[in-house]
Design a protein around this ligand. Sequence first.
Ligand SMILES: [Zn+2]
Length: 252
Amino acid sequence: MNTRNPTMSLYCGTFFRRKSFECYRLLSTYVTKARYLFELKEDDEACRKAQQTGVFYLFHDLDPLLQASGHRYLVPRLSRAELEGLLGKFGQDSQRIEDSVLLGCSNQQEAWFALDLGLKSASSPRVSLPKSEMEAELGGSFIKLRQAVFQLSSADSSLLFTAQALLRWHDNHQFCSKSGQPTQKNMAGSKRVCPSNKIIYYPQMAPVVITLVSDGARCLLARQSSFPKGLYSALAGFCDIGLSGINLSVCR
Ligand SMILES: [Zn+2]
């Protein structure tokens, strides 16, 4: 006797077809975005064009611009026109926008950039814009990211930490370690090149390990004195070259 329920079979078939279509759509969107970002990293003109329609996250000396909203922080994003207006008020031209670094893009290929207007450059005449005047102009505050992390959404904090790490890397790699000459950022900020000996520098990846020690009901946490009040962390550390997995039980 055939015990299959034709209605159930039809339902399952439709469900799995829909699921596989959804998976295909997500994969397709991911690939499209990855290709677009790769193009922006490799092609300065394409990236310059993306800056026309993109949005900008502002930083001052590596602190992001945030706006308080109740107990939360919102992260303002400026359009190109808004950014040009701001720069104009502080006597800067739109050339400064090319100091920005690419962070990612939306599914609709709206590019996201981060720009620090507080960092000075040792290799160019770039000036630090006054923080308090900018805050008054923008209706927000430049706040230490670690202090604000619990008042941000996880998506915002992830993006801002990425932006901060990339901005810091550029600030720390303005000169070639071999020739001492100033290095130049490509438009997207995915690399820096020394014009004198053509060495290319890429942002560093730092391998880390994080471990949660638990007896099932409880877990071991630690904190540094620099952490904000109430912040505890699982044990974590950076991996040195050649460090074996066994030695990673040491928390630095
Ligand atoms: Zn060099």
